[in-house]
Write a protein that binds this ligand. Structure first.
Ligand code: HEC
Length: 155
């Protein structure tokens, strides 16, 4: 719970995004989210989906990294590279991958090899959660990863 309370909506965030994040937050607070209270939020999902490329500590040194033409980003340096501010919305969007990025914050190099997680999670959700629930489930999973990455930032 403590992790979630640390989250606050930056003032610069477009108002239309706030309800979307709020839905994700509600889902993150659901029983499944509470069960993970002892572990760090998002850690399991990170280990399952991201570790192969970004490495155990998020430094971009996962076992698959050597087979990629673009090096996976060192995820612990995102704040440092953004003047000490964690660009929450940009990180959300880069993980989701389905929307185009805003002008600043997260880099987007030529041979982008980062998978489009939004599309994968959407496919996995299928129609399990009804016509609108699928999108909420995707946001919850992406948001969990955003929190996790925020928690591993290093100076
Ligand atoms: C197949 C390898 C691979 C997997 C798996 C992968 N990534 Fe990435 N990721 C990359 C690469 C490569 C980049 C750098 C892209 C570039 O700069 O063009 C990247 C970039 C990123 C960035 C952008 C950071 C920045 O500031 O530039 C974030 C955030 C990120 N990944 C998070 C994740 C998360 C969360 C997961 C798991 C859900 C994940 N990645 C899984 C390869 C991967």
């Amino acid at each position: 719970m403590k992790k979630i309370q640390r989250f606050c909506v930056p003032f610069s965030m477009p108002i239309s995004v706030v309800p979307a994040l709020a839905v994700g937050l509600l889902l993150a607070l659901s029983p499944a989210g509470l069960k993970a209270e002892e572990a760090v939020i998002g850690a399991d999902e990170y280990a399952a989906s991201c570790l192969a490329c970004h490495g155990v500590g998020g430094r971009g040194d996962g076992p698959m990294a050597e087979f990629l033409t673009v090096q996976p980003t060192d995820l612990t340096q995102i704040s440092t590279n953004n003047e000490g501010v964690f660009p929450l919305l940009e990180v959300f969007q880069v993980i989701d991958g389905r929307t185009t990025l805003g002008a600043h914050g997260v880099r987007h190099s030529e041979g982008w090899e980062m998978p489009v997680w939004g599309a994968r999670y959407k496919a996995e959700a299928g129609d399990k959660f009804g016509p609108y629930g699928g999108e909420a489930a995707v946001r919850a999973r992406v948001l969990e990863l955003v929190f996790y990455i925020q928690s591993i930032q290093q100076p």
